[in-house]
Design a protein. Sequence first.
Length: 312
Amino acid sequence: MKKYIAMAAILLGAMACNKDNIAQYDSSQIYVESSIKNTRLSGTTFEAGDRMSLYAVEYTGEEVAKLQVAGNYINNEPMRYDGAKWKGERALFWSKTHCDFYGIYPYQEPQTVTSYLFDITPDQNAPEVNGELSGYEASDLMWAKAEKIKPPYTTYTDDDGTVCTPPIREDHYYPVQMQFKHLMSRVVVKIERGEKYEGELPKDITVHLYNTVTTAEVDLTKGSLQRYAHGEKNTITMKRLNGDTFAAVVVPQNIERRTPLIEVTMEGIAYLMNYSISFRPGYQHTLTIILNTSPDQEKFEIQIEGDIENWN
């Protein structure tokens, strides 16, 4: 990720009577202004070139259509971030009625919206290649919904009975504000030297997570997910954030203590640890591994301390 880019909301301006120009709103186009509840994995926000999926469903009176794979007002439109806002790869025009908007990041091509299967990347230390997201960031599934958004040309009646519309923007683009949330869990492993540890930590440390199902079943209508009941357990290679801190995105699930969870490899020697944990959606779980050596350096004492905080 690149540096943080603040996104200021673009206001529609003060309401004013504009009866003669209502027809010009027929050419008004949609773009999205986004924020993330907390941040993306790298600690910043979206960057230019990112892509997301956008859906919109229309209201009939007070009833709104159900989100579907197809047949919506907007169907899985690819939206590209230009460094400040998201625009469609083709022109997207506002409906003449209220709409609910759904955003999914990164861009997906689901075959269903209520039980979509999403796989996180086992090698999350894999870097970005040819503009494709790194294994770590590609696993960070995010979701947003903006409800009952009225079209920008919605008329109103002022005190003297005059029918009015908002001022027209010169570029004919009007924003939808969307706030994304993380659907997965995040685990951070910190390696620390204990009082008895001799010397510096090795530079060749790698950390793996064992026995986690890497497929989630996602309900895109609700922005919720669960571990896929028929998913296979895989080994996740955690991303090295710095010399002694590693991170990974995991599918929310329970891990029992009798099941090996973490493997730390240093100087060709692997240390396997059991740990009981419940990975919760939208939360970050931080595990601190404290290493100590005996004077003969042949035996390791390993202590694990856990902490949990709201990722969203």
